[in-house]
Design a protein around this ligand. Structure first.
Ligand code: SF4
Ligand code: SF4
Length: 252
């Protein structure tokens, strides 16, 4: 401060300090125009199961009486508390892709990245792949940049948070032509949205609903934790899965 006062004046420095303080005080009330859209509930596809309430890391969801179904509850999102992470999408049982409907409409979704868009993109990509071993990689924008490993035999999809991934999508990818699936999360306790990596691991391990069905062959999928600055664990896990699938294919 002293050199600054000497170079300018005490009044100028006082004005500067007060200005900076006011800016800092205003920060909590400032909302950038780029704020992502919050999770959106689709009332006709919400069964009132409360799984999204249990999994939301920000306590942004409460249950209210369903306006169209007497005696049922409906999820309601507090837009001020929602971090737009999508973890609730992965927790919603309506996100299951095994229903025979043209458009997958889930109970709760991110408008900027609807789960049906991902399902379509995955289906189209797998249909276009001709490599003998085809791997689908699911990851997120917060951990390792999975798009770096996208290639002729690897279809990489990046969610807002890997917790947005309905576990059934692993089975869906396999049924749709993938040889194997690699799921990439942030390292333990390193999720940018607090709980995405934990819920993903528990859902895939079958200890937190919705679970990956036990009928899915264990050798055909893998979970890897990978920090955003280090792609090595992702590449290593991918190579190991590819070798495993190769051995599985040649032993058939
Ligand atoms: S998007 Fe994330 S923060 Fe928002 S309601 Fe869903 S789980 Fe909660
Ligand atoms: S998880 Fe889906 S079905 Fe269950 S309460 Fe939330 S939005 Fe509704």
């Amino acid at each position: 401060m002293h050199p600054l006062v000497s170079a300018t004046s005490a009044t100028a420095v006082s004005v500067l300090v007060i200005g900076v303080m006011l800016l800092l005080l205003a920060l909590p009330f400032w909302r950038g125009s780029a704020r992502a859209a919050v999770a959106e509930v689709h009332p006709m596809h919400c069964s009132g199961c409360r799984r999204c309430v249990a999994d939301c890391p920000y306590d942004a969801i409460t249950m209210v009486p369903h306006p169209q179904r007497r005696g049922f509850a409906l999820a309601e999102v507090d837009a001020d508390a929602c971090a737009s992470c999508g973890i609730c999408v992965g927790s919603c049982p309506s996100s299951t892709p095994f229903r025979s409907m043209a458009t997958l409409v889930t109970g709760i979704d991110l408008p900027q990245q609807p789960i049906d868009d991902l399902r379509r993109a995955m289906r189209e990509r797998l249909a276009a792949m001709t490599a003998p071993i085809r791997i689908v990689v699911f990851g997120c924008d917060q951990s390792a940049a999975v798009r770096e490993v996208d290639s002729d035999d690897v279809a990489a999809f990046s969610f807002t948070c890997t917790g947005q991934l309905p576990p059934s999508f692993v089975e869906y990818a396999l049924r749709d032509g993938a040889s194997g699936v690699l799921v990439c999360t942030c390292p333990e306790s390193g999720c940018a949205f607090r709980l995405g990596e934990r819920w993903t691991a528990e859902r895939l391990a079958g200890i937190r609903a919705p679970v990956l069905r036990s009928s899915v062959e264990e050798t055909r999928w893998e979970l890897v934790a990978c920090a955003g600055y280090n792609l090595t664990p992702l590449r290593t896990a991918l190579a190991a899965l590819r070798r495993r699938l190769d051995v599985r294919g040649s032993s058939k």
